[in-house]
Design a protein around this ligand. Structure first.
Ligand SMILES: [Zn+2]
Length: 256
């Protein structure tokens, strides 16, 4: 999302880029079938990545999915401050309490339901949001009603683990501001990677090639997920961000 120049004017997918008339007419015509709600963070990303990293990524993946499925999908304004209490020793990090975050996300989802959209994907881009929202998503379903199909997934949920292990040196997904997040930022916004300030080993093996190889599968995977939601098809994945191994990090086959 770019608040200054609004990107591709012919294919606007952000709710905020539509007038109320345009939005209403699309709803009346039955055009809009799903909404994506990006959730992320504004938090420290080591010395070398700008703190908007997770919000930029979740929003980008949501936007690209909506463009691929245009005009059936809209994207809400991102929830750009998440649960980041664990990084507050690095000043500049913004955080909200888990209960406030969850209720805020619920209200954004409920706004889309009240607009008449019944397929809602909360597309997450920050690890700290996972547990708080996982605990609440079934309650959200109950509160929104049976006619609403709501899911909560992080964008990295859609990866084929073999591809990740093959592409990356350390296989840590998403990790925190190291090989993976640095590589994708090198592609999406290279000016936001302050290479001279890299001070950790995993980030040193980040590359544009890795970033390119890892971005497209997310867009393809999230697009397939949203298409299945719209079609009412069964999805072979729990409707929450879920890692049976528990932690978010996998290092070459071994959970850490
Ligand atoms: Zn991050």
């Amino acid at each position: 999302m770019n608040l200054v120049t609004s990107g591709n004017r012919d294919r606007r997918v952000f709710v905020g880029d539509l007038t109320r008339k345009e939005f209403r007419e699309k709803m009346e015509a039955g055009t809009i079938k799903a909404a994506i709600i990006p959730t992320a963070a504004t938090e420290q990303h080591n010395e070398h990545l700008e703190m908007i990293h997770d919000t930029l990524h979740a929003t980008y993946m949501a936007e690209q999915t909506a463009l691929r499925l245009f005009p059936k999908v809209v994207v809400t304004s991102p929830v750009a401050v998440g649960v980041s209490e664990h990084w507050m020793q690095h000043i500049g990090t913004l955080t909200v309490r888990p209960e406030i975050f969850c209720e805020y996300v619920f209200d954004v989802c409920n706004s889309m339901k009240r607009a008449g959209i019944n397929n809602l994907l909360i597309l997450n881009g920050h690890g700290g949001n996972v547990k708080p929202l996982m605990r609440r998503i079934y309650e959200f379903r109950d509160r929104l009603g049976a006619d609403v199909n709501i899911r909560f997934q992080s964008y990295w949920d859609v990866y084929d683990q073999d591809l990740v292990q093959k592409t990356m040196d350390n296989g840590r997904l998403p990790g925190h501001a190291d090989e993976y997040e640095t590589s994708t930022m090198m592609v999406l916004a290279p000016e936001r990677v302050h290479a001279d300030d890299i001070d950790n080993e995993p980030s040193k093996v980040a590359s544009v090639e890795k970033g390119k190889a890892l971005i497209e599968p997310v867009i393809a995977g999230v697009s397939a997920l949203v298409e299945k939601m719209i079609a009412g098809e069964a999805i072979d994945q729990p409707p929450v961000t879920f890692r049976p191994e528990g932690p978010l990090h996998m290092i070459k086959g071994e959970a850490v």
